[in-house]
Design a protein around this ligand. Structure first.
Ligand code: GAP
Length: 542
């Protein structure tokens, strides 16, 4: 089949998300709220499976990582210490005509002819405006367009019928000073803090301002000492957290990709500073000492190898839920792109239909955060390392992933159209969500072949009850069996179990208590004993 174009593909995915209850616009009946999304019945299961799989892999299956579940609103000083109050901002620009706000770095460079005006007068009322204005129009476009836009600008300043003054033109190449939607001049870029503010307590005053956390990471840093003490961990070790974060994004876009409320899955992994490793081991192993094959942590590892190790761990984790390496890009940020606290950052990007974009950042943050909190709180963040016989502030490697972005990536990755025979054997287009069984919202669907045969229905319900304690099961008896398969293909259910007359042993006693097990992707069916279903399916979904 011909591949759908990227815009078309995204439209199909968004429409399927709504139709099948994966993702809904938040507050839809009131017209929606830009940058906020709700997950429907299938989406809620999918997201849960992602978070649970991450949590299990990051903490429960490791000895060296513990979990945390911190509050969303924390002491405002935390955000001063972390630098969010002063620096967590994007440069924004406003359209002088429509007041629409854009992120300055998202304005596409444009070329054309700019028309400048020094002001305008209105002969009827005698009013005048001395506000300068400018409009960019594409080369070859008539000057009247620029004049029309300029007149609108002065009309907004109270001039009913403005005569434009001081018109002059100048060719522009690759400028980002104009609104690409209407050519109007934009304001100068200015910083806009992305933290969402609220007030804690009954008084709305500057003293009571608090913020909804813009990342889950800072709670981990401020609880570093407490978590360390109670868990009896030793450096190197990590603390991880899954939870909501909020950013007042200027331009939420690309469906759920850039939202104002989203969830993060973050690990702060604390390691020895290189100087301590040097003293303890005599030398620090770095990237040039990277052994071939799988990386296994060693006491002589410096931050570079720990960083590489976590990048590799994270990519392997993505593979384990069906995002192959060919769908991902490992992008090493250039020096000039690094955040002020980072020694190195690798962005793990996914090839979305709308472009290759970040899923996760793996940053080597040095001791920036713990040192800042030590300074601002006056509480020591030092750790005494018995093995190294040294006291130090640990350094940090931070793999930080977005749950919603990953959910969207998995939906895009799963979406597939192929050909399948209909009831009469004619080929028709089938939409199938090829979710990895580990994260699929529903693991298995159970169907009685016919709903008007009580023995089939009874047996099918028994099978549902057998499977239910072990996995999410969907029972469906409505409509032709082929239609029921299609519905589950679209929901991404990897397995279908059909109870037919053979199950009842009516035609062949040897087949009694067997069912057909259908594979969503190959559409192949095999005959399986009911007694074998649980172990067989559990193996496939774990
Ligand atoms: N503690 C580090 C940190 O927060 P970040 O790169 O700003 O780093 C980490 O965010 C991850 O959180 C991103 O890779 C992305 O997956 C997710 N994320 C960030 N902003 C988001 C937004 N506005 N909407 C959805 N996900 C977002």
């Amino acid at each position: 089949m011909a591949e759908p174009k990227t815009g078309e593909l995204m439209e199909k995915i968004v429409s399927l998300c709504k139709r099948r209850g994966l993702i809904f616009q938040s507050s839809e009946i009131y017209g929606g709220l830009n940058g906020f999304w709700d997950y429907g019945p299938l989406g809620a299961e999918l997201k849960r499976n992602i978070k649970e799989h991450w949590w299990r892999s990051m903490t429960q299956l490791r000895d060296d990582v513990v979990g945390l579940d911190a509050s969303i609103i924390m002491h405002p000083k935390i955000w001063e210490a972390s630098g969010h109050t002063s620096t967590f901002s994007d440069l924004m620009v406003d359209c002088l005509l429509t007041k629409k706000r854009f992120r300055a770095d998202q304005i596409e460079p444009q070329s054309g002819m700019a028309y400048f005006y020094t002001g305008a007068t209105d002969s009827g009322s005698g009013r005048a405006s001395k506000d300068a204005f400018s409009v960019l129009i594409a080369t070859g476009k008539h000057a009247d367009y620029a004049r029309k836009v300029a007149r609108q600008f002065y009309q907004q300043r109270g001039l009913e019928n403005p005569s434009l003054e001081g018109e002059r033109t100048e060719a522009q190449a690759n400028t980002t000073r104009y609104n690409p939607e209407n050519g109007s001049l934009l304001t100068e870029p200015r910083p806009f803090n992305l933290m969402l503010k609220t007030y804690v307590g009954p008084v709305e005053s500057a003293d009571n301002i608090s913020y909804l956390r813009p990342e889950t990471a800072q709670a981990i840093f401020v609880q570093f000492k407490s978590a360390l003490e109670v868990s009896r961990q030793r450096v190197p070790f990590g603390i991880c957290q899954v939870g909501k974060a909020f950013r007042n994004e200027i331009n939420p876009r690309n469906f759920t990709f850039r939202s104002r409320e989203f969830e993060q899955m973050e690990l702060e992994f604390f390691i020895r500073p290189d100087e301590v490793v040097q003293k303890m081991c005599g030398a620090v192993a770095g990237l040039s000492d990277c052994p071939p094959g799988a990386l296994v942590p060693q006491p002589n590892w410096g931050w570079e190898l720990w960083h590489k190790y976590w990048v590799e761990q994270r990519i392997q984790w993505y593979e384990s839920i069906g995002l192959g390496r060919d769908t991902l890009v490992e992008y090493w940020q250039k020096k000039e792109e690094l955040a002020h606290y980072a020694k190195a950052t690798v962005d793990i990007l996914y090839k979305f239909p709308f472009g290759t974009q970040e899923l996760e950042g793996v940053a080597a943050r040095g001791d920036f955060d713990l040192t800042q909190h030590q300074k601002f709180s006056g509480k020591s963040m030092e750790y005494f390392d018995e093995e190294a016989k040294a006291k130090y502030v640990p350094h940090v490697i931070e793999p930080s992933a977005g749950v919603d972005r990953l959910t969207l990536a998995l939906i895009c990755n799963a979406y597939c159209e192929d050909q399948a025979p209909d009831e009469k054997g004619n080929l028709e287009t089938r939409v199938v969500m090829r979710f990895h069984p580990r994260i699929a919202p529903i693991k298995v669907a159970v169907f009685p072949l016919l709903k008007n045969k009580p023995e089939l229905v009874k047996k099918a319900r028994e099978v549902r009850e057998l499977l239910r304690p072990h996995m999410t099961v969907f029972y469906d008896e409505a409509g032709a069996i082929g239609r029921r398969y299609r519905r589950q293909d679209e929901a991404g259910t990897p397995f279908g179990v059909t109870i037919d007359f053979d199950t009842l042993g009516e035609q062949n006693a040897a087949r009694q208590d067997t069912v057909t097990l259908r594979d969503r992707d190959t559409m192949k069916q095999e005959r399986v004993k009911i007694a074998d279903l649980v172990p067989l399916l559990r193996e496939k979904i774990q």
